[in-house]
Design a protein around this ligand. Sequence first.
Ligand code: MF3
Ligand code: CO
Ligand code: CO
Length: 277
Amino acid sequence: MAIKIKTAEEIEKMRVAGRLAAEVLEMIGGHVKKGVTTEELDRICHEHIVKVQGGYPATLNYGSQPYPVELGEDGQPTRPIVGEGFPKSCCTSVNDVVCHGIPNKKPLRNGDIVNIDVTVIKDGYHGDTSKMFIVGEPTPQAQKLVQTTQEALYLAIDMVKPDARLGDIGYAIQKYAEGKGYSIVREYCGHGIGATFHEEPQVTHYGKPGTGVELKEGMTFTIEPMVNAGKRYIKHNKKDGWTVTTKDKSLSAQWEHTLLVTATGVEVLTKRSEENF
Ligand code: MF3
Ligand code: CO
Ligand code: CO
């Protein structure tokens, strides 16, 4: 399957979905503090997406029925949910959790780092974004990891324009993170996004210069580097089927944006008001 170039109408819907996903992260920030559970954060995100935005959280039941989930007039899935999908409306990945953390009943503690990853479906299109929050006072190590990971995403976004190659972008991310003594998770990557949550191309956060897909105007995809303070190796939680942690229990950070390749560069579809692109 070829990489989809979005039409002007599709791009408009991607803008709306992207803005809504960004708004969820802006909204949830004030709730992330010592003592709150990630389950409570998930509940607040869910209510906001469904009741305020009239959207649907793409992670809820993800993997449990043929994708994309088809939504009826009422915004609810039209086909029965079968099997064990992701059970919550956002991913909350705390400390050594790399990604796909399931919101739970454990209260956040001072110094925890938490990634909240939100994907909103609106009018059939997806906006996917995540950011790191630090609970209370950050340790210098956590602060540096979180900041470096954000910088890696930002330098990658800066490279996005027609004819840029994904191998060059992946290489730049890898070089930056490894240059600070960190490692890049290889098993998960960014992805094309549109009417489907995950589509071509795969956007690895490592790579070989001068290789890979050439970007074209109208492509939409995510960049979402996962950076470990220790080694790059990961472990899957076999009990819950989702949670990914670092093998050496070191801290892990991630930031994600949904991007559009424009005629001259990039539009960050999930830009928050605190950001300047
Ligand atoms: N939002 C994640 C991504 O950035 C995917 C989460 S899938 C889930 O691609 F099932 F774990 F929720
Ligand atoms: Co994504
Ligand atoms: Co995501």
